[in-house]
Design a protein around this ligand. Sequence first.
Ligand SMILES: Nc1nc2c(ncn2[C@@H]2O[C@H](COP(=O)(O)OP(=O)(O)OP(=O)(O)O)[C@@H](O)[C@H]2O)c(=O)[nH]1
Ligand SMILES: [Mg+2]
Length: 216
Amino acid sequence: MTLKTNMENIIESSNAIPSLKKDGRLVQFKIVYWGPGESGKTTNFFRLREKFHSFKITRGYSIETSEGRTLWQDSVFLSFNFSIKENAYQIIVQIVTCTGQERFLSTREYVLDGADGIVFVADSNPKKMEQNKRSFRELVNFTSSKKIPHVIQLNKRDLEHAVSVKSFKTNLGLPKEEKYQDGTFVVYPAKALEGKNVMACFQDLMLQVIFNYFKN
Ligand SMILES: Nc1nc2c(ncn2[C@@H]2O[C@H](COP(=O)(O)OP(=O)(O)OP(=O)(O)O)[C@@H](O)[C@H]2O)c(=O)[nH]1
Ligand SMILES: [Mg+2]
């Protein structure tokens, strides 16, 4: 296995944060994309990085195997200005993806550390249902004591024999309703390859994360 790691990008990324101008209040959030192998976490990451091109404060990096599987993580930092109750904030958001490869459990746990919000990316391929369930259980085990805001994305809706949303919910033990009381969807059907619902999923999670942070 060979590594396609661009060290220049990583060095640039890690140097960028301390040089930031810290006027006003600075808040930093970490959003983690989690899910089974090849469900589309890195594809979500690429679509977001394209959409938020002008908000990037680091170029971002992907550490992957020569087969395009995430070996360690993808990561990029974005910066937004945000006002709440007449106070201005600068919000730095780190978007990170885990590797879904089963054998790299310890790296996943490390990447998840300090997460303020999680997007669980599941695969619509019916053959991947067991992997979806295993990955979801693993995530619940890691986060059960912490109450971290999260959204569930059912990706690859374009697949011809895609599993139904209803059957997916039953398998994962999710509520049957379409939405929670706060208006967020129980499951976000997505086609990450075309970017469909990638932003909606991320934005709804960010609203929850921001609300969670400012509610106290
Ligand atoms: N048909 C279809 N394929 C998709 C979609 N999103 C991603 N893929 C494909 O699924 C494969 C895996 O995508 P990745 O984004 O690398 O998956 P990952 O979850 O990052 O995989 P690991 O890092 O190995 O865990 C690639 O061939 C993608 O092109 C989608 O919406 N529809
Ligand atoms: Mg990946």
